[in-house]
Design a protein around this ligand. Structure first.
Ligand code: IVH
Length: 683
């Protein structure tokens, strides 16, 4: 058989993408199964002969076209979060330090941690009622998962009926679906790696296809379950075992960092002998009461971390240094490399972070460099091999201008009293077309409008075709024109239209977040929503007469400091930004912020803390107050209901002002008593 040229190989990949889209997305196969297999085989044969130039879009690297609209979306009982990463012993120490600080424990207070392998699979949530499985969901965006019950039921390790204990109430177990390495051998020609095989198989339209691939499952975490049933994570894992789940046999508990790191290296050594892929060790606080106290940030719990295995390295050459402009105007240099295989993945880009990094490592065009890639982290240049440098090579000169032509500057950082390492475009919004495009990508993304199927690639395509310039253009797209584009059809256009229409119902939090204002992430979008309550109030920021007055009031919101305020002023001083916000407010149905109704003493009360406490850190006190339905203020004013003072160094000014305004002052002891009583009244 004649082998393909590189050009033919790329063409076949593009063809397979088109066929996949027609098959999965439009339900209209364009060729017979046999013809499809022939094309895929040609691609495979080429890759076997040229393992160094496997294209990232190759079907062997992908799980097929995601047929997500085939599965209905279901809200998770509690959000499915991800894990923060640690790469070094220092990172792990830092993780423990933060935990101790948060809990107000002594520096060396022993904290028992479990250490279990991080399975490189696909997470799933399983819901049981009256001892029977009633639903199985994928992670989805963490808030909504896809109902993949039928497919999960084909997995032998997932019990359909629980053994031993009888639990009538609904409860949830979470874990990882994976494929064994030996089993993967049999199907390796169809997938890039075992993880993709598991993902592809789980999301098959036809559960018979899932059943034909031998998937396995390890239970690893509590979902929605009555935690009072267990004291520790280990108790929970043993319970899982008792009712019929498999738990990872390598799980251990440790109380010192040295033991932890020893355990980590041991597993790293035996990693290749395991029959499943792992990419690190997950450390979790064993005591579930402490886990509950620690709680979570927006996307990861404070009580767990993934200690990733050391990264894989490779040597290659920097052919070009390109500048990319992010949604907040940051200019990020990216090295375009000769493609090189790093731990099974073809890498052709590496981030160079910023100008300082290029200067520090003295990275130049045509330099031979060592690059590294750890898990899902963007590849980086570790160092330049100077001995291989051309004598005539010149230092890289970082541009003084953004790609749009506007000047780019390093902001002055008030906290560090230094210039920021990052250069930014001086535009404040959508005038810089490079920033605008990134802002639209952010606008449609999962945590923002979450327009299903409207990914970065579609934003790029529609931008090039001049279909979109501002976020609101998404709602006036000409679907007739899109239908005529290559790769689109009636069905896919209908799906897009449905997804866009669906995205119009949005909470104030997500709306504020979707604007992509610098320093306003999900957490601050929530803080602002809690303050503004409705879009009508938020729109006052768009009125130049009201802006500064409104801005001054934001000072009292916890989490909104000088940095955020400066960024909000910059954003709302820009006329185009105001127009975007205003236009969107007319198109979208933005729901008011509703505080979760919590029946507690502190519900709806404004609280402020000052001084150090003996039983908990200030951060814990704040999040406890929030879970009790209170609002944290950051300045003493007449809206404040309680000023809680700790024993050590409460700020005198604050106490005096509270007295002057008649704000109730309570001491730590009373706060504890009241919050404890409040807690029992709702838990
Ligand atoms: S515990 C709050 N334990 O890693 C999340 N996760 O990046 C608690 N994972 O999506 C998860 N092995 O599905 C936990 N032994 C393990 C795990 C594990 C793999 C996955 C998990 C999650 C991802 C987080």
């Amino acid at each position: 058989m004649k082998s393909l040229s590189l050009k033919e190989y790329k063409e076949k990949i593009a063809l397979i993408e088109k066929l996949n889209k027609a098959y999965y997305h439009n339900d209209k196969p364009l060729v017979s199964d046999a013809e499809y297999d022939r094309i895929k085989n040609d691609i495979l044969n080429f890759e076997k002969k040229n393992p160094k130039i496997i294209d990232k879009n190759s079907p062997t690297k992908k799980v097929g076209f995601t047929p997500s609209e085939k599965f209905s979306k279901v809200k998770h009982l509690v959000p499915m979060l991800s894990l923060d990463n640690a790469f070094t012993k220092d990172d792990v120490e830092d993780f423990l330090k933060k935990i101790r600080n948060y809990l107000n424990f002594e520096k060396d207070y022993p904290i028992e941690l479990t250490a279990e392998p991080k399975i490189d699979g696909i997470s799933a949530s399983l819901i049981y009622k009256n001892n029977k499985i009633i639903r199985g969901l994928s992670r989805g965006d963490g808030e909504y998962g896809e109902d993949i019950t039928e497919n999960l039921l084909t997995i032998k390790d997932i019990p359909q009926i629980l053994q031993g204990e009888s639990i009538d109430k609904e409860f949830e177990i979470r874990g990882e679906v994976y494929i064994g390495k030996k089993d993967f051998e049999k199907i390796k020609n169809d997938f890039a790696n075992p993880r993709n095989a598991a993902g592809g198989s789980l999301r098959q339209k036809d559960s018979k296809k899932t059943a034909s691939i031998p998937l396995k499952f390890f239970a690893h975490s509590v979902g929605d379950i009555d935690e009072k049933k267990f004291k520790t994570h280990v108790n929970f894992l043993n319970f899982c075992k008792k009712i019929g789940f498999k738990i990872n046999p390598l799980t251990q508990t440790f109380s010192s960092i040295d033991e932890l790191i020893k355990g980590y290296h041991h597993i790293e050594e035996i990693r290749s002998s395991l029959d499943y892929d792992i990419d690190g060790i997950v450390y979790k606080v064993n005591d579930l009461a402490l886990q509950k106290r620690l709680g979570s940030l927006s996307s990861s719990p404070r009580w767990a971390i993934a200690h990733k295995f050391s990264s894989e390295k490779a040597i290659t050459v920097v052919r070009k240094i390109e500048i990319q402009v992010g949604r907040t105007g940051a200019l990020t240099p990216v090295a375009k490399l000769d493609p090189v295989n790093v731990g099974g993945v073809l890498v052709s880009n590496a981030t160079l972070h910023n100008q300082d990094e290029i200067i520090r490592k003295d990275i130049r065009l045509n330099d031979t460099v060592i690059i590294q890639r750890a898990g899902d982290v963007i590849p980086q240049v570790v160092e330049v091999i100077k001995s291989k440098r051309d004598k005539n090579s010149k230092k890289f000169i970082f541009p003084e201008k953004c790609l749009c032509g506007r000047p780019a500057v390093n902001d002055f950082n008030e906290t560090s009293k230094k210039l920021d390492a990052v250069k930014r475009c001086t535009d404040t919004g959508f005038n810089c077309e490079f920033m605008a495009r990134e802002k639209i990508k952010h606008f449609v993304s999962k945590e923002a409008l979450d327009i299903e199927g409207f990914g970065k690639k579609i934003v790029e395509d529609f931008w090039l075709l001049n279909f979109i310039r501002l976020p609101q253009d998404i709602f006036t797209l000409d679907y007739k024109k899109i239908e005529k584009l290559e790769g689109w059809g009636e069905l896919s256009v209908n799906n897009l239209k449905t997804a866009i229409d669906k995205s119009k119902d949005i909470s104030l939090i997500k709306f504020i977040y979707s604007l992509g204002i610098r320093h306003i992430g999900l957490e601050n979008a929530k803080n602002l929503s809690r303050y503004f309550i409705s879009i009508k109030n938020f729109l006052k920021l768009c009125n130049s007469d009201l802006l500064m007055n409104e801005i001054n009031n934001l000072n009292e919101i916890d989490g909104i400091g000088e940095t955020q305020i400066e960024s909000l002023v910059n954003f709302f001083k820009d006329k185009k930004n105001n127009k975007v916000v205003y236009e969107l407010s007319k198109i979208l149905n933005i729901q008011d912020f509703v505080e979760k109704k919590i029946d507690s003493f502190f519900s709806g009360k404004n609280i402020m803390f000052t001084g150090g406490f003996s039983t908990m850190s200030r951060s814990e006190a704040k999040s406890l107050a929030e879970t009790l339905g209170a609002k944290i203020l950051s300045s003493v004013n007449k809206k404040l209901d309680y000023l809680v003072i700790g024993l050590t160094k409460p700020t005198k000014n604050k106490v005096d002002k509270a007295k002057e305004l008649g704000v109730k002052i309570i001491e730590e002891k009373e706060w504890l008593k009241l919050s404890r009583n409040s807690r029992t009244s709702f838990s």
